[in-house]
Write a protein that binds this ligand. Structure first.
Ligand SMILES: N[C@@H]1[C@@H](O)[C@H](O)[C@@H](COP(=O)(O)O)O[C@@H]1O
Length: 242
């Protein structure tokens, strides 16, 4: 695991963006695993600029997002499909049909999960999986539990997660109670993982995830088992690592 802590946000962004861009230079058909949350936004903005300057192309790239809320109306501004379109896809040369986000409005959510796994099996493995980190150690929406699920599944969101994400909704009551998420097994199948974490409030969980015991009570701790993980932290998030 290669862990880098950055004093300046511009360096955090430049490092993340160039890692993705160099992957696409090496293999323009790379499969990207993408994440929402605040941590990747600056990197997505930089990739948009690079794409518009002709420095990187997504024309042959496909993408699979980690997760999506269940039950938000189509086009809802807090759905993860809206986030991805708004923060990245609408501004780069990726073909929209090559972008995939689980459908949290599928009539049969179990069938949607199986369909997502089948696509990942058929068109994967993911070359580079971007991840953020929840305050409780979740990755995607894989919440701490007695055991973890390998494939894509429907999850009940924990109060800590709903409270953390309530800042984006009018009130806590408006935050969905369920989500569809890729499982930890699917995440670990990626060839390379790029974990992005920002903020002092994440320092404790960063330490637990990267240096603590490997346990389903901290899903991100399973990343310690993966052979190719790059972690980018800002100073706040990295402050408890020696
Ligand atoms: N479901 C997403 C996660 O996939 C993301 O990793 C997390 C971290 O968000 P942030 O980057 O804002 O810390 O937020 C949400 O809970």
């Amino acid at each position: 695991m290669n862990i880098y802590t950055f004093k300046h946000e511009t360096d955090f962004i430049a490092t993340g963006a160039s890692l993705i861009a160099s992957l696409l230079h090496t293999n323009p058909r790379s499969v990207l695993g993408l994440a929402t949350g605040s941590s990747p936004i600056g990197i997505y903005q930089r990739l948009i600029e690079m794409n518009q300057q002709g420095l990187v192309s997504f024309a042959k790239t496909s993408s699979y997002n980690l997760d999506e809320y269940v039950g938000l109306p189509e086009g809802h501004s807090e759905s993860y499909r809206y986030f991805m379109n708004d923060k990245l896809f609408n501004h780069i040369d990726i073909k929209m049909e090559n972008t995939h986000v689980p459908n949290g409005n599928a009539a049969d959510l179990e069938a949607e999960c199986r369909k997502y796994d089948t696509m990942l099996e058929e068109y994967g493995p993911v070359d580079l999986q971007i991840l953020g980190l929840g305050h409780n150690g979740h990755i995607g929406f894989n919440e701490p539990d007695e055991s973890l699920i390998g494939g894509t599944h429907v999850v009940e969101l924990q109060e800590k997660t709903r409270t953390a994400n309530a800042r984006f909704f009018p009130s806590l009551a408006d935050v969905p109670t369920q989500a569809v998420t890729m499982g930890v097994g699917s995440i670990l199948k990626a060839k390379q993982i790029l974990l992005l974490v920002r903020g002092e409030d994440k320092a404790e969980i960063v330490k637990r995830a990267l240096k603590g015991p490997i346990t389903s009570q901290c899903p991100a701790s399973l990343l310690q088992c993966h052979p190719n993980v790059v972690v980018l932290l800002d100073q706040g998030a990295g402050r408890l690592l020696s």
